[in-house]
Design a protein around this ligand. Structure first.
Ligand code: IMP
Length: 177
């Protein structure tokens, strides 16, 4: 086995583009008379957010939030804190959270609880990918791109140790179980 794993394409950039277009159409239908605040979860959502908002035909505001999970590595420890918060007031706003991936769901559950306590008018979640095999608690994804297998994904904003975010496709590593 080589020590330098080779990324293998799981979802092509064309498949991602089609999925982002479908999600944008759903959002254009549901938010056409609203003025929501989209909150992207850094860093992994930046590419998805950038592609998605270009297809939205209603007025949007954009914020980013950065969370940290102690423990490092590939496992979410569940001990999460906000390291870069949102300055725009949340109270009374329609909030749409933009996530790259829901894996164990611990980060998302924490974030939705954190935002809900700020009393938004509505709070929904749009996630590009969902890895349900590793879920540790219930998470409702209102708008979902892809359900993915229990493998570590990189590309299209997703990283492995800060690398591979720039790949245009979503990839897995050959040899990974
Ligand atoms: P959680 O396990 O659902 O709390 O996921 C927390 C975060 O871990 C996600 O927002 C991603 O940043 C990261 N993550 C989870 N699974 C993957 C993956 O397969 N590739 C890259 N990052 C991941």
């Amino acid at each position: 086995m080589s020590s330098q794993p080779e990324p293998r394409i799981l979802l092509t950039s064309q498949e991602i583009e089609a999925s982002v277009s479908r999600l944008a159409a759903e959002l254009n239908r549901d938010y056409h008379d609203k003025h929501p605040l989209l909150i992207g979860v850094l860093k992994g959502s930046f590419m998805f957010m950038a592609d998605l908002i270009r297809l939205l035909d209603f007025p949007v505001e954009v914020e980013f939030i950065r969370l940290s999970s102690y423990g490092g590595g590939r496992e979410s420890s569940g001990k999460i804190k906000v390291v870069q918060g949102v300055r725009t007031p949340i109270k009374g706003r329609d909030i749409l959270v933009i996530e790259d991936i829901v894996d164990t769901g611990l980060t998302t559950a924490f974030l939705l609880g954190y935002l809900r306590r700020k009393r938004p008018a509505s709070l929904r979640l749009c996630a590009l990918t969902d890895k349900p095999a590793r879920r540790k608690g219930p998470v409702t994804i209102d708008y979902l791109g892809f359900t993915v297998p229990n493998k570590f994904l990189v590309g299209y904003g997703l990283d492995w140790d800060e690398k591979f975010r720039n790949l245009p496709d979503i990839c897995v590593f050959e040899g990974e179980e």
